[in-house]
Design a protein around this ligand. Structure first.
Ligand SMILES: *[C@@H]1O[C@H](CO)[C@@H](O)[C@H](O)[C@H]1NC(C)=O
Ligand SMILES: *[C@@H]1O[C@H](CO)[C@@H](O)[C@H](O)[C@H]1NC(C)=O
Ligand SMILES: *[C@@H]1O[C@H](CO)[C@@H](O)[C@H](O)[C@H]1NC(C)=O
Ligand SMILES: *[C@@H]1O[C@H](CO)[C@@H](O)[C@H](O)[C@H]1NC(C)=O
Ligand SMILES: *[C@@H]1O[C@H](CO)[C@@H](O)[C@H](O)[C@H]1NC(C)=O
Ligand SMILES: *[C@@H]1O[C@H](CO)[C@@H](O)[C@H](O)[C@H]1NC(C)=O
Length: 457
């Protein structure tokens, strides 16, 4: 059965959301507030992190863990013949830059020394001890779980001569994710199918799994700063009153809220920073992530989408069994060699980053928005929610399939298991012929229609 379009964003299991009417910055709206939730991903429960009452995920935006948004079902009478899987690395420690910003905010709070609100008293005996950038055990378990899920869904496509072909972008956390995925895949098959990690793409060179090459790309700082300046001041005032002398800034508030997510995922128990903020405040925090990705490499960034073109041209090559035609960031040495870019596999798995996956979504035409995201606050009904687009361990899967009594080859695209409508190549039901899909991808087939050159002039 096909998911109906209106089911594209289905009600996710009730424990994730509590519908509530809220008054927020003068706007009354019905939003999904994550007042309570249970963080049970990975779904196989091999490493269940279950928390109740945490005002966090999915309002942790890009720091939310993956959750399946829709039940996985192959259209009835149809069978999948090829799978193109791309996945963000699993949960990690804060990056280098984020670590510095978080530590600076924490240091101010700790230096204050006395607290007038007991929710802050833990700071009297607090040491920041997170690592930097590495994949967390929880993130490794997410990847392991994803590999097992892929095996369960697609085992029928495999044989000893057709193992999944696996590539990773060259960051340690991405490589670790790929290897935990292959391990999960292998374990689920009782070691019958143990796919190797065949290609690691250097992030110094041409890499379709990273957004490293476009020199002239802008950033999302102006938009995120504008929104932080709108929502954070009352929180800044409150915490500065609770920790006299801390002198926190609005930017510090964003960083402390992100620490709730990082520390919870790292320690697999609720961080003491989480209860310092309300559910409404976390909704505002989440919107910073939406803006960051939209204006970082998404539709709001002129040179964002072009960085997804190389991957799409590789995808077209795999779907059609034809050599890669691309003049953006593919590595032609690798892509012209069947040992490093085969065209005869049934399952391809690539491991990447959130910013790159956003660029790919935008270049493909996924999650189109009627208007640019407003820096004045979230609009109800928008589909650009990064906890649904690029959470930790996010995955986009392009399946090729055939149906009974019909020789036509079709594609559909699932993002975190939600079937995308693909209005740009079909009737919006989520099914396109391979031919119509390829035809629709003119931006990629024409190498970004001049945008790639703008990266360098
Ligand atoms: C302490 O902070 C919490 C969380 O912000 C708040 O709910 C509570 O009312 C505060 N208590 C006092 C005494 O201000
Ligand atoms: C991966 O999952 C298997 C069970 O399928 C488990 O034995 C193994 O410990 C897991 N590895 C990690 C890193 O979670
Ligand atoms: C899984 O990821 C961890 C880092 O979290 C890494 O140390 C480990 O080597 C990875 N497992 C495999 C099988 O590569
Ligand atoms: C392309 O890949 C080859 C083989 O890994 C590598 O030696 C070369 O440096 C890469 N070139 C670029 C521009 O990334
Ligand atoms: C906060 O600012 C005040 C006035 O600028 C200054 O006297 C105080 O030392 C600052 N406190 C901290 C912890 O930096
Ligand atoms: C790497 O990308 C650049 C920019 O598109 C291109 O000029 C160059 O030929 C590519 N190198 C390889 C080895 O594909």
């Amino acid at each position: 059965m096909w998911a109906k379009i209106e089911d594209k964003r289905p009600p996710v299991p009730r424990r994730w959301f509590r519908k509530r009417t809220m008054l927020f910055l003068g706007i009354t709206s019905v939003l999904s507030a994550a007042a309570t939730y249970a963080l049970t991903s990975p779904q196989h429960g091999r490493r269940a992190l279950v928390l109740d009452g945490v005002q966090g995920s999915p309002t942790w935006a890009q720091y939310s863990p993956f959750r399946s948004l829709e039940a996985y079902e192959v259209p009835s009478g149809c069978s999948v013949t090829q799978v193109n899987h791309i996945e963000r690395h699993g949960a990690r420690f804060p990056t280098d830059g984020a670590t510095k910003r978080i530590r600076s905010a924490v240091d101010k709070l700790v230096a204050a020394g006395t607290y007038t609100n007991e929710t802050l008293s833990f700071l009297s005996d607090y040491t920041y001890d997170l690592g930097v950038s590495h994949l967390l055990p929880f993130g490794a378990a997410q990847a392991n779980d994803s590999g097992a899920t892929s095996y369960e869904r697609y085992a029928h496509l495999l044989n000893a001569d057709s193992l999944p072909f696996v590539r990773a972008s060259g960051s340690e956390r991405v490589i670790d994710t790929a290897q935990n995925w292959t391990e999960g895949f292998s374990l689920a098959s009782n070691h019958v199918y143990s796919p190797p990690l065949s290609v690691i793409l250097s992030e110094e060179g041409n890499d379709t799994l990273d957004d490293n090459l476009c020199a002239n790309i802008g950033d999302s700082d102006a938009q995120t700063e504008e929104w932080i300046a709108a929502y954070a001041p009352p929180i800044t005032t409150r915490l500065n009153a609770d920790a006299p002398g801390a002198n926190l800034t609005d930017a510090d508030i964003y960083n402390l809220m992100s620490l709730c997510a990082f520390e919870t995922l790292a320690k697999e128990t609720e961080s003491d920073f989480c209860p310092l903020f309300t559910a409404e405040e976390f909704l505002a925090f989440a919107y910073v992530g939406d803006l960051d990705k939209y204006y970082g490499t998404g539709y709001g960034q002129e040179l964002g989408p072009v960085q997804g073109v190389g991957y799409i041209n590789e995808l077209i090559a795999r779907l059609t069994g034809q050599p890669v035609q691309d003049a953006t960031q593919t590595n032609s040495t690798l892509d012209s060699d069947p040992a490093t870019f085969p065209l005869d596999r049934a399952l391809y798995a690539d491991f990447s980053h959130d910013n790159q996956m956003i660029a790919i979504y935008a270049a493909l035409g996924l999650f189109p928005q009627d208007a640019p995201l407003s820096t004045a606050g979230p609009e109800e009904g928008r589909t650009w929610k990064v906890d649904e687009l690029v959470p930790f361990s996010a995955r986009m899967v392009t399946e090729k399939f055939v149906c009974d009594g019909d020789a036509t080859e079709y594609v559909r695209i699932l993002v975190n298991d939600a079937v995308q409508p693909l209005a740009f190549c079909g009737d919006g039901s989520g099914r396109c012929t391979v031919e119509a899909f390829v035809e629709s991808q003119t931006y990629a087939r024409e190498n970004g229609q001049g945008d790639w050159e703008k990266c360098f002039v």
